[in-house]
Structures are given as structure tokens and as C-alpha cells.
Design a binder for this molecule. Structure first.
Ligand code: FAD
Length: 395
């Protein structure tokens, strides 16, 4: 039914709202050839109630109008900040919700390093949610679980990409005063299958299994962060974001979900209560808030967001900023990533080429290939000249 209503498969952003709402459980999320999840309907069980169509946040997209206030923020707890992707504001907010007896939903790795949405109820549990993981997380039945907690009166903090928050809100259909939502400024989400292959590639290289992965190791600074894999034999792989093979594929936009190239949630008017992001360009706007350990850009989009923000003010350094100035350095807030022209070839060769070969083939700058050719031709000329000189000298 969903296929009939959505004009193109590429419009589906995999939020799982349809699968969560189906009263007959006849919608399953199936992996396609690129490794992304899409809804599939078991027509023999479908009672044509249309709930799946009515809940789809793409089919029923409505305009959101709000005037966010933007802040530059730094968590006072240095250890948490260094362990977080930006300024560690997620943990500060989530900790407050847990102190009030609430439940926090977010993306965490399972034991096979697949990314899933799940909930935690303790501050220790937040360790699993902390930090960006650059791939699409599987929502599973977390919207249903969130509704259960909301209906039983618990405070719920639900965090995710803007499309996941839109999916949740559409699924819930009514406003809850005990719900707070946080979205991130999102560059786009890579394929879980590409990620899985990369983890296997690293494990094969290391000759052992991975025990911990951090996308944002800030030892050499927040702006030049590294990806780190800690293996079970206590060896570590660590590489700068621009050199790590997976991050190169991510940043070259070669393996994002098709819907990310035309994201419907790019706007300064957000569906969430709070938006979190990296404050890129902070050195130009508020240099006194840049120590290269991570600064968050935070939008407060609603009254619920404002109340929570007031409650965490004691735990951070913050300053209001002009939102338009702030997003000048963070175009992902308002613009979709552009598809890499090698995307199709990348996915076609994904299962046949080794990961390093794949990235070398399809994620190298054209300019650098040209530059290499140019350098080679110059070197060739120099070598020929030097050769001739030797011959002349001998005469
Ligand atoms: C795929 C992706 C793309 C991003 N693109 C940008 C960008 O272009 N510009 C920018 O400024 N910021 C981007 N971010 C956000 C940024 O990296 C930080 O996550 C954000 O600033 C919050 O940082 P923090 O230090 O407050 O908390 P952190 O502890 O670093 O953030 C953790 C929060 O992120 C959530 N999270 C982690 N991975 C995922 C995921 N795959 N899907 C859904 N939720 C997830 C967790 O559930 C938790 O709520 C992106 C994040 C992700 C996951």
C-alpha cells in the first residue's frame, strides 16, 4: 500500500512509522540491495485500514513554522565533552531527563556493531547512546515503546535524525507534554551494509574482532578528529577523518540513503524541541568558545525545549548567537547533500571489490588524479632530461 502512495521508492526515508502503526503487523522492513530498510506489505494479512499511508511523514508532510533561538554551548564536564561528538550537550540534557525518572531513546551499537534505536533508563546507559555513529540506525519498534512510556506518564526524551523525529511525531499523532524530542543537523545517513563491510574489513586486517568503535576521537582536536577501532586483542586502529576509508566514503556522499539527497526536513523550522549540531566556524563567530575540544550549536525550537534548556544552564557555558550567521558554516541544516556521480558504480562493486579498492576507485578527488597525472608527466620529462645530461656528460 505504501508503495502505491509514495511516488518513488527513493522518497521513503525508512522511519518505520508505517511498520509501527500497522494493527496487523503485516508491514516488515526489508533490506534492499544497497543495505537500506524499506517497508514491505504482506497483502494476505492487510485489512486496508490505510493507517500506514496516513502515518507516512512524507505523504502527509505539513509545514512547520517556528523561530528557533540559537546558542553556542559547552558542557562543563570535560570528560563527557571529550567523549561526545560536539560539546556534549546531549548527555547533559539526557542526564536531566533521567534525574527526573525519564527514559531516553537514541542510537546504539548492538554486539555485532549494527546500529539500532533503543532506550536507556540510567546515566551509565547513556554511554551507549553518546557519540555520533555515521550510518542509518534501525528504529525497530522504538516508536511503540516510546508511546508505552508516554501513556504511562514517564518523561520521554527521543533523539534521532530529523526524519526519525518526524516519523515519531506522526506515529504518536497527538502532543504529549511529557515528550521532548532532539534532532541533529544531519549530513545524511550511509548504508548499514557499507558499514558492516567496513567493520569486517577492519577485523580481517586486525585478525581479531572489534570491541569498541569511536567515530570521534578528539585527541588531535575536534576539527581533525579520528576514527578509532579497539580490537579484542587490545590493539587499536586509529585514523584521521579525511584518511579513514569509511569516513571518506561518507563525506564524499557516495553511500547515503537515496532520500537524503532530497531531504524534506532541511529547514531552520524544525519538528523537534531541540536541535543539536557541531558548531563549525565557531572560531570565526565566538573564538573565545573554541578550544578545539568540541562546541555545540543548539537550537531551541519550542517551549518544551526552552524549559529543558533552562534546567541544564548550570552545567554548561553558553552564549546566544545569530542563527543565520551560525548556519553559514553548517549548510547541512538547510541543504541536502549532492549525490556523488560514482554512487551507482560504488554500490555495484560493493560486494566484489575489497573496501580499500572500492574507496580508492570511487572516492578519490578527480583533481588529485589529474594532479597525479600532471606530476607524473613532469617527473617523466625531468628523468628524460637527467638521462640526456648523463649521456652528454659522458661524451
Ligand atoms: C549521521 C549523522 C550526520 C550528522 N551530520 C552533521 C552535520 O552535517 N553537521 C553537524 O553540525 N552535525 C552533524 N551531526 C551531529 C553531530 O555529529 C553531533 O551528533 C551533535 O552535535 C550532538 O553532539 P553532542 O556532543 O551534543 O552529543 P553526542 O553524544 O555526540 O550525540 C549523541 C546523540 O546522537 C544520536 N545519534 C548518534 N548517531 C546517530 C544516528 N546514526 N542516527 C540518529 N541519531 C544518532 C544519539 O542517539 C544521541 O542522541 C550528525 C550526526 C549524525 C549521527
Amino acid at each position: 500500500m505504501i508503495d502505491k502512495e509514495l511516488k518513488n521508492k527513493k522518497d521513503c526515508m525508512g522511519c518505520h512509522a508505517c511498520a509501527n502503526i500497522c494493527p496487523k503487523n503485516c508491514i516488515s522492513m526489508e533490506v534492499d540491495e544497497e543495505g537500506f530498510l524499506y517497508p514491505t506489505v504482506d497483502c494476505s494479512l492487510c485489512i486496508k485500514c490505510h493507517k500506514c499511508v496516513d502515518v507516512c511523514p512524507i505523504i502527509n508532510k505539513t509545514k512547520v513554522e517556528n523561530n528557533p533561538i540559537a546558542y553556542s554551548c559547552i558542557n562543563n564536564d570535560e570528560t563527557i565533552r571529550l567523549d561526545s561528538s560536539s560539546g556534549g550537550i546531549f548527555t547533559l540534557i539526557a542526564g536531566k531527563v533521567i534525574d527526573q525518572g525519564g527514559v531516553v531513546f537514541g542510537a546504539r551499537f548492538n554486539e555485532r556493531f549494527e546500529l539500532e534505536h533503543n532506550f536507556v533508563e540510567t546515566k551509565e546507559g547513556l554511554n551507549q547512546l553518546r557519540g555520533s555513529k555515521y550510518l542509518q540506525s534501525k528504529i525497530g519498534d522504538s516508536y511503540k515503546q516510546a508511546k508505552f512510556f508516554l501513556d504511562s506518564g514517564r518523561i520521554v526524551l527521543f533523539t534521532g535524525t530529523p526524519c526519525q523525529i518526524a516519523g515519531l511525531k506522526s506515529y504518536l499523532s497527538i502532543s504529549y507534554i511529557n515528550l521532548c524530542t532532539i534532532d541533529i543537523i544531519c549530513h545524511g545517513v550511509p548504508s548499514p551494509d557499507v558499514w558492516c563491510r567496513y567493520v569486517k574489513f577492519r577485523e580481517t586486517k586486525a585478525g581479531t574482532q572489534v570491541q569498541r568503535i569511536a567515530f570521534r576521537q578528539k585527541d588531535e582536536g575536534w576539527k581533525q578528529y579520528s576514527v578509532s577501532f579497539l580490537f579484542k586483542n587490545d590493539t587499536e586502529y586509529r585514523q584521521n577523518l579525511f584518511k579513514d576509508l569509511y569516513m571518506r566514503a561518507f563525506l564524499k556522499d557516495v553511500c547515503l540513503r537515496p532520500s537524503c539527497y532530497d531531504c524534506r526536513f532541511k529547514s531552520l523550522s524544525r519538528e523537534s524541541d531541540i536541535t543539536l549540531a557541531d558548531f563549525w566556524g565557531i572560531q570565526n563567530i565566538l573564538p573565545q568558545m573554541d578550544d578545539d575540544k568540541g562546541t555545540s550549536l543548539v537550537f531551541i525550537n519550542s517551549e518544551i525545549g526552552q524549559t529543558l534548556f533552562e534546567e541544564i544552564k548550570d552545567g554548561m557555558l553558553y552564549q546566544e548567537v545569530d542563527i543565520n550567521e551560525a548556519v553559514k558554516y553548517n549548510s547541512a541544516a538547510i541543504k541536502s547533500s549532492r549525490p556523488n556521480k560514482n554512487r551507482e558504480k560504488f554500490f555495484k562493486d560493493l560486494s566484489s571489490l575489497s573496501f580499500d579498492r572500492l574507496v580508492k576507485m570511487y572516492c578519490t578527488d578527480k583533481l588529485s588524479i589529474r594532479a597525479k597525472k600532471f606530476l607524473k608527466s613532469i617527473l617523466k620529462k625531468i628523468t628524460i632530461k637527467l638521462g640526456l645530461m648523463k649521456v652528454i656528460k659522458k661524451l
